[in-house]
Structure formats: structure tokens, C-alpha cells
Design a protein around this ligand. Structure first.
Ligand code: VGL
Ligand code: ZN
Length: 208
């Protein structure tokens, strides 16, 4: 791809794959396509959801039911999930078939006890920076292509925040899978309102 362009590969981790603790349907099916996309980029950033035991986003931390109940955090309402992507566990590892050896950065997020981070740019208070925007600006990367998991959460908020922070953001739709159809539709509408572009991988793989 052209100078200034980067591929962001969001949360392609074992716990988000079928059989994992917070599985995304067909999450593993996009691995070969993401590997192919990677061949077209010299700048690649991977993210890893990376939670400590007792993280605020786990239902078990509050004795509450994941997917159903929520908690009020200092920064607003936090959805609750099964325990997932625990730091330094096999479930937090990147999918073993992911082949992106030239990726220059792996960004970990959600690594602090009392705050979650769906977005690769801002933690869930929508204020605390992960540092990714600064990294991209320092490297002159302004046009971002997003793929990975999950459409309605970590890809979703990363796209919105990236756009709000001034990056040109496209989501490679066929290289993304989501958790829940309703929240996927809602996120797609927010992308459209925000000016996030949706495209298919063919536009990159078969570019002239
Ligand atoms: C994610 C829910 C909780 C994601 C991470 O990667 O989309 N979703 N933690
Ligand atoms: Zn998480």
C-alpha cells in the first residue's frame, strides 16, 4: 500500500476464537484473509486485549452475570463479560496461524484493573490515551485499515475513535467478525454517521 497507510489488526486472540472463553462466531475464519492483507502493508499494528485477574469488565469480579448485567464504573456503564484474555495466559495469545512477522507494534489494552478499553486509541473513559495516535502520527501514518475482532466492540470503537482523532479510517468488512447482530447493526450506523468507510478486502488485494 501507499506511504502513510497502516493495517490495524484488532484482538485476533485465542479467547475470541470458537472454543475460547468469549468466542466470536467464525473468528478464526478470517485469519487467512488477514494474513493475505498483511502482505500488502509494510506498516502493521496488532492489538491484544490484556486483562488482569479481577478486571472490572468480568462479571465474576462483581458476582454478576456476563452479557446480561452491567456495572456503573467511574467512567459510566461497563458491560460485563466472561473472564477473557487474562494477561500472559494461552487465551490471550495471538491466533497461532496469524502470520504477520513484519508487524512493528503490538499494543496491549485493558491492562489496568479499574478501566476497560475496547478502543485501541482511548480507554473506556473516552479520554485516557493508549498512545497509539501519537505512535501513528510520529510515523506519518494517517490512513488506517482495520480488521479483526469484534465488529461491535473493539474494532467498532477503534474505528470511531481513530476517525474522531483525525485519521482516515476504513474497516475491511469481510476481515471482521462480530459478537451480536443487533450491536453490529448499531455500530455500522455509527460508523456511517462518523464517516468511517466500509470496504471489502478485494479493494486492497486486487488494487491496480
Ligand atoms: C472485546 C469485549 C470485551 C473485543 C474485548 O475484542 O471486541 N469485546 N473485550
Ligand atoms: Zn476485554
Amino acid at each position: 500500500m501507499a506511504a502513510g497507510e497502516a493495517l490495524l489488526v484488532i484482538d485476533m486472540q485465542v479467547d475470541f476464537m470458537p472454543g475460547g472463553s468469549l468466542p466470536v462466531a467464525e473468528g478464526d475464519s478470517i485469519v487467512p484473509l488477514i494474513n493475505q492483507l498483511g502482505q500488502h502493508f509494510s506498516e502493521i499494528i496488532l492489538t491484544q486485549d490484556w486483562h488482569p485477574a479481577g478486571h472490572i469488565s468480568f462479571g465474576s469480579t462483581h458476582g454478576k452475570q456476563p452479557f446480561v448485567e452491567t456495572v456503573e464504573a467511574a467512567y459510566g456503564t461497563q458491560s460485563l463479560w466472561p473472564e477473557h484474555t487474562l494477561q500472559q495466559t494461552p487465551g490471550a495469545a495471538l491466533h497461532p496461524q496469524l502470520q504477520l512477522p513484519h508487524a512493528g507494534m503490538i499494543l496491549r489494552k485493558g491492562h489496568r484493573q479499574d478501566i476497560d478499553s475496547y478502543s485501541a486509541f482511548l480507554e473506556n473513559d473516552h479520554h485516557t490515551s493508549t498512545g497509539l495516535a501519537g505512535y501513528l502520527r510520529d510515523r506519518g501514518l494517517s490512513r488506517l485499515y482495520l480488521c479483526g475482532l469484534a465488529w461491535d466492540y473493539c474494532v467498532g470503537y477503534s474505528a470511531l475513535d481513530g476517525k474522531a482523532l483525525g485519521f482516515d479510517v476504513s474497516v475491511v468488512a469481510d476481515a471482521v467478525r462480530g459478537i451480536q447482530p443487533d450491536s453490529m447493526r448499531a455500530m455500522t450506523a455509527r460508523w456511517q454517521d462518523a464517516g468511517v468507510t466500509l470496504l471489502q478486502s478485494g479493494a486492497i488485494l486486487h488494487a491496480p
